[in-house]
Ligand binder design. Structure first.
Ligand code: AMP
Length: 459
């Protein structure tokens, strides 16, 4: 199938051709005709499937077909995304695909000054890509209105729920006109997603392109059992001995991400950590360095890494296993994209025996376990892994070097300082600190909901 058989207009086809794409991906083949018809859509698709074009292309076509002029501060299509990185990437796609169309678009997220965003809203927008917290801040400042809204997209809805955005999403939904087109994208159709979809979508078309665990099957996976204290030397050895030039390393916590990056740097391997305590500038610089090859190792926590668009990553390392087995599938999904071979290595210590068993159960595969010469683990580590016992502590250890955000009074709508906590970095409940929105306002801890059982600590 070719793009021109999907019913897309010439300016969109031209923009697609400029990207060098000839064949629509499965999610695009299924989603584009449905969205063009004006129907609601519920789609199971992960990053890497081409989902962004799957909703952006038909959305742009519908907006330009009806050719309405948007009023000041109004928005015709709203895309909600969980993290700044994802929002920025979606915004970039809207600009790319809409470059031959008269489309006004903008991206807003927390952690940066709100004033330029308020200015951008003034002229009215055809497409606004937003993280939920900052969008509500803008609404409260009367900078954005939704009377002319025609299309709503929830991108990575499962992650938005995981990150505790459900309240914000419900608040936003209550502000939107009843008559609109709704598109929901999620990596999985977990129960909470179905519940959200029930109240949101009207007779949706349902498309599912990546069965939950298919990613795991395309990727060469390996476990290196290792004693906990030997992980950094082993990682350094692997990077050097294999001459890895671009490797994404996952840790469970920001603290460990920093430590791993620092140690690698000391060993002469260029590395940077990317996580919620890093300023937007530092995150953008690290990602750019990683993409252009000047940084060999990017060390990331799950949420920071989510949605990063890095094509055909050759190597992923789980320095620590995630607490939630499904995150393992998301993590290793960063490698071996678009049919290219990918490798995922997990360094597993005695306290992770239970986690690796849980992952193997989820992916219905036993992962090969090979000790590395010179880093052979103790009997205890091997036993814990073989028996599937041992679990790491749930709480992130206190990091004396960690930037702490000052608690602010719940008044005013001052923009958060760069590096302040905001979308994509919202702390999970149970960390003993109140969540803060992108505007720096302290929010009351949320009531416990079933979904919170799946949330992780340490972001
Ligand atoms: P996404 O799943 O939207 O994050 O897209 C993943 C990557 O696939 C992005 O780098 C896109 O630019 C790329 N992509 C999207 N559609 C296609 C296509 N039809 N053919 C090849 N690559 C594509």
């Amino acid at each position: 199938m070719q793009f021109d058989s999907l019913g897309l207009s010439a300016p969109l086809l031209r923009a697609v051709a400029d990207q060098g794409y000839t064949t629509p991906s499965p999610i695009q083949q299924q989603a584009i005709p449905v969205v063009l018809q004006g129907r609601d859509l519920m789609a199971a698709a992960q990053t890497g499937t081409g989902k962004t074009a799957g909703f952006t292309l038909p959305m742009l076509q519908r907006l330009t077909q009806s050719n309405r002029r948007v009023s000041p501060n109004q928005v015709r299509a709203l895309v909600l995304a969980p993290t700044r990185e994802l929002a920025a990437q979606v915004g970039e796609s809207v600009r790319e695909y809409g470059k031959y169309l008269p489309v006004k678009s903008h991206v807003v997220f927390g952690g940066v000054s709100i004033n330029p965003q308020m200015m951008a809203m003034r002229r009215g927008l055809d497409v606004l890509v937003a993280c939920p917290g900052r969008l509500l801040d803008l609404y409260n400042q009367k900078a954005v209105r939704f009377d002319e809204l025609e299309i709503l997209v929830l991108d990575e809805a499962d992650r938005m729920l995981d990150m505790g955005f459900i309240r914000d999403i419900r608040k936003i939904l209550a502000l939107l006109p009843k008559k609109r087109q709704n598109l929901l994208f999620s990596a999985t159709f977990a129960d909470e997603i179905r519940e959200l979809a029930t109240g949101l979508l009207h007779e949706p078309a349902v498309v599912e392109v990546t069965p939950r665990n298919s990613t795991a099957e395309r990727i060469e996976q390996l476990v290196h059992p290792v004693d906990k204290g030997n992980k950094i030397p082993l990682l350094t050895h692997l990077v050097k001995a294999n001459d890895w030039r671009q490797v994404l390393v996952f840790t469970r916590t920001k603290h460990i991400a920093n430590r791993v990056a620092e140690k690698l740097e000391k060993e002469g391997v260029t590395a940077a950590a990317i996580h919620g305590n890093k300023s937007q500038g530092a995150r953008t610089r690290a990602l750019a360095g990683f993409k252009d090859g000047s940084l060999r190792v990017l060390v990331a926590t799950d949420i920071a890494a989510r949605g990063l668009d890095i094509d055909k990553l050759p190597q992923v390392v789980n320095y620590e296993l995630p607490n939630v087995a499904e995150d393992y599938v998301h993590r290793i999904g960063r490698t071996g994209r678009a049919g290219a071979a990918g490798h995922a290595i997990s360094l597993v210590s005695a306290d992770e025996g239970k986690l690796i068993k849980g992952i193997e159960r989820l992916i219905k595969q036993t992962i090969d376990k090979q000790a590395v010469a010179g880093f052979e683990p103790s009997r205890e580590t091997l036993d814990a892994i073989a028996k599937g016992i041992g679990q790491p502590p749930r709480k992130e250890p206190r990091d004396p070097h960690e930037q702490r955000q000052p608690r602010r009074a719940a008044s005013g709508n001052k923009p958060a300082a760069a590096g302040g906590r905001s979308e994509g970095t919202a702390p999970r409940q149970g960390q003993g600190r109140p969540a803060q929105g992108g505007n720096g306002q302290a929010r009351a801890p949320r009531a416990r909901r079933p979904a919170e059982g799946r949330r992780r600590q340490g972001e």
